[in-house]
Structure formats: structure tokens, C-alpha cells
Design a protein around this ligand. Structure first.
Ligand code: NAP
Length: 250
């Protein structure tokens, strides 16, 4: 007998780990949802659906039609639109919503981090920090750096960046996890003066920050959008506990 139907809004390692944890629970019917942005996504265990829902109306309709009992928003901390949709659709339908959010990164005493709110601000912050830039903010939004002809960019992303892009640029298609040794070698080989990243948090991509600290490379880091005002867990274990409490027999 199905005790609960769960929708995981995914696209992250945590979402995949949660789907993997729940795959061995026959009493739960779990569907993971992906946006469909990445050409060859790492797929979670169990059922998967791909593509947008069509805004709040579409997501609320999906929750009602499929009689979903709980939603776990395990999307990336910067995926603010789908998170807002989940909050609104949950409020409209009464389906409980949990946010699974890994903690952000915090600088240590030896780090030289400049916090910014937008990529436009990040582009502005580069003046004076150096000419050779390692850009790890994803394949979108590079237009903010396109006018910086005085800089050279090493851009790392999973899929090729979308134009407009900087004129002087080299693209590295790769996805984590990365190692500190590998990141240090990359920064050294390309004579990187400054790293630009966003506060994604987590272990998969944190090595570049350690490498930057070791090589005394300054970091421009984009702060996260506001977190949703809903029950939140920071670990997969915490999310499983929340689901267990929700579905425990009364
Ligand atoms: P976004 O701006 O918040 O969402 C844009 C639209 O994409 C949403 O309105 C929704 O379309 C659709 N969408 C997003 N996530 C979805 C999901 N898990 N399932 C179904 N539809 C989804 O999102 P984004 O920043 O482009 O990120 C897209 C996906 O990539 C997310 O799943 C996220 O976890 C993952 N990701 C994002 C980043 C990042 O830096 N932003 C990094 C790594 C992974 P409708 O309105 O039509 O429902």
C-alpha cells in the first residue's frame, strides 16, 4: 500500500541522494522532477519527469492531479523561480513543502572574498583584482562580463555558455566533484588572478575556494537569493526524518 506520494524538485546532488534513500521504501511513491536544462543530466534513482510545470498554476495542478502528499524542494539555492512556485503551489493546495538546502560557504581568516548580489556587480568588482578571471557561475549570465575586453576568462560550465559571452574566453566543459589539487593546478596553469563564483555551498565544488586560499587568489562571490520561508532541512538525513514524521501512522 502506498503511504505517501512524494515529489522531489531536483537538479542537485542532494536531490539525487534523497531519491536514492527513498528508493528502498516500497510504501513511498517518489517522482523526481528535473528542469531539463542539462543535456546529459545525472539521473536520480526511481521515477523521473523532465521539464517545467508551467508556473504556479501548472505545479499546483500537478500536485492535485497526481494527489501528491508532500513536496521536497531540493533545487539549487540559486533556482529562485521554481522555489517561489513551490511555495505558492504548496500554499494554494495545502500540500506540505520542505526545502532541502545545503548551507552556504563561509570565509576563513585567510580568505579574500568580496560579496556581491548580482553578476553585474561581480563584473564591476573585478576592476583592480586582476586580468585573468576564473568564472564558475554557470553557463547563463555571462553577458554581464561581455564588455570587459581588458580581462581574459576561463569559464567552466556543464554545458556550453549561452551568448553573449566575453570576447577573450576559454571554455572548460566539466562537472564536479573537483579536488583541491586539481583546482590548484588549474589556477596555476591559467595564471588566474581572481575567481568569480556563487555561494552554492556543498562539498562538490568547494575545492576551488580552498585552492584560491592556498594560492592567495581573491574571490568575488555572489550571495544567495533569500531562502524560502518554509520548513527547511540542510541534510538528506534531515529530509528523510521530516518525511517519516509526516507519514508516520497516527
Ligand atoms: P529557476 O530559474 O528557478 O527556474 C526556471 C524555470 O525552470 C521554473 O520556473 C520551472 O519552469 C523550471 N524548473 C526549474 N527547476 C525545475 C525542476 N526541478 N523541475 C521542473 N521544472 C523546473 O531554475 P534554474 O536556476 O534555471 O535551475 C534549473 C534547474 O537546474 C533546477 O532544477 C536547479 O536545481 C538546477 N541547478 C541550478 C543551478 C543554478 O545555479 N541556478 C545550479 C545547479 C543546478 P515552470 O515555471 O514552467 O514550472
Amino acid at each position: 500500500m502506498t503511504a505517501g506520494r512524494i515529489l522531489i524538485l531536483g537538479g542537485t546532488g542532494e536531490a539525487r541522494a534523497l531519491a536514492g534513500e527513498l528508493a528502498s521504501r516500497p510504501e513511498l511513491a517518489v517522482v523526481s522532477s528535473l528542469a531539463g536544462r542539462v543535456r546529459a543530466p545525472s539521473l536520480p534513482a526511481g521515477s523521473v519527469r523532465v521539464g517545467g510545470f508551467g508556473g504556479v498554476d501548472g505545479l499546483a495542478g500537478y500536485l492535485r492531479d497526481r494527489r501528491v502528499d508532500a513536496v521536497v524542494d531540493a533545487t539549487h539555492p540559486f533556482a529562485a523561480t521554481i522555489t517561489a512556485s513551490a511555495v505558492a503551489a504548496s500554499a494554494r493546495t495545502g500540500v506540505p513543502l520542505l526545502a532541502l538546502r545545503r548551507p552556504g560557504w563561509t570565509p576563513g581568516p585567510e580568505d579574500r572574498w568580496t560579496w556581491v548580489d548580482t553578476l553585474a556587480e561581480a563584473a564591476g568588482a573585478l576592476a583592480g583584482l586582476g586580468e585573468r578571471v576564473f568564472l564558475t557561475t554557470g553557463r547563463l549570465g555571462l553577458g554581464e562580463f561581455a564588455a570587459l575586453d581588458g580581462h581574459w576568462f576561463l569559464v567552466r560550465s556543464v554545458d556550453p555558455p549561452q551568448p553573449p559571452v566575453p570576447r577573450r574566453m576559454r571554455v572548460l566543459l566539466d562537472r564536479g566533484p573537483f579536488t583541491v589539487d586539481g583546482e590548484r593546478a588549474l589556477l596555476t596553469e591559467h595564471r588566474i588572478d581572481v575567481l568569480v563564483t556563487k555561494d552554492s555551498g556543498g562539498q562538490m565544488t568547494a575545492a576551488k575556494l580552498t585552492a584560491a586560499r592556498q594560492l592567495r587568489v581573491p574571490v568575488v562571490i555572489q550571495a544567495r537569493p533569500p531562502a524560502p520561508d518554509v520548513p527547511t532541512e540542510t541534510t538528506v538525513v534531515g529530509a528523510v526524518r521530516w518525511l517519516d514524521r509526516l507519514f508516520e501512522p497516527r
